[in-house]
Design a binder for this molecule. Sequence first.
Ligand code: 5MM
Length: 342
Amino acid sequence: MMSVVDQMQAAVSDLVQPGKGILAADESTPTITKRFNAVGIESQEESRRSYREMLLGTEGIGEFLSGVILFEETLGQRSADGTPLPEVAARQGIVPGIKVDKGLTALANGQGDKITQGLDGLPERLAPYKEQGARFAKWRDVYPITANNPTRLGIATNAEVLARYAAICQAQGIVPIVEPEVLIDGDHTIDRCAEVSEAVLNAVFHALHRHGVLLEYMLLKPSMVVPGKDHPQKANPAEVAERTIRILRRTVPAAVPSINFLSGGQSPEQATANLNAMNQGHAGVPWELSFSYARALQEPPMAIWRGEAKNVAAAQAAFYKRAKLNAAARSGKYTEEMEKSS
Ligand code: 5MM
């Protein structure tokens, strides 16, 4: 029997591979329902199952993906031929993981800040997840930007909860993905996003230290530093990369093996171009810079699939293309020309 540290070391080695990133397919039922409804797909247990089977069954997708984050429902589902979906992923060389948070609620006295729930009973939930094949976990905290948010209370409390989650996972040999998301909603400047992101990451790493989390056996999944989506000026990839790397250097210890960004409402092309700029211009950083995208990988295939078997091949081709381009961006080898290839 491997020690918990050996289990985590093996999972980190499998997750952090050159030219590969992580697919976030862990949308909770309300979120996947919203995404399905936006493109005219009815959200039922069977449509969610066949959609995720379509993604994980894409031939060759393991060339570009080292891991997949699943929702609890998916962890227990099977492909049409009866193979458990985590096993479908594992056969492609993709490590299955599990989203373990239970979503957001209002933070009392937080002036609109949120707090993520799910710590109660978490140690007991991890053992069955592991038996079903999960080798890593994910927990997301969110930080809205307004004139008053996030509050000091919101930053401190969310950091504490993220660190408690990470420590609980590591005690059972599960690698935690720590996801503090500074939201893109609003008309704030890129300066304000940078200021908030730095404060959030600073608090998160202090909390991880207080809780004894081993930084070598976790991954960070942050948002990029970008202007609010309603801000009149957009930032180009070089600026996003420069601003993002600057605050990461100030806050993230070198012991963290990999930073896998979320896409957070950027278009698929933007998310790829921004990741590419980070890998092109900042060769000396101590961590790997990769992706853990949901929407930026899934938007094109979901829109093509529409719940119909006849669209599976085209949807898989679109998914394969997005994964391939992000894998190129993860090495700084993406070009806009590549968008035109089929
Ligand atoms: C921020 O959301 C995460 C990354 O997705 P994007 O690349 O689309 O930003 C994602 O893993 C998210 O945590 C899951 O979709 C689960 O979301 P909910 O809200 O259903 O917990």
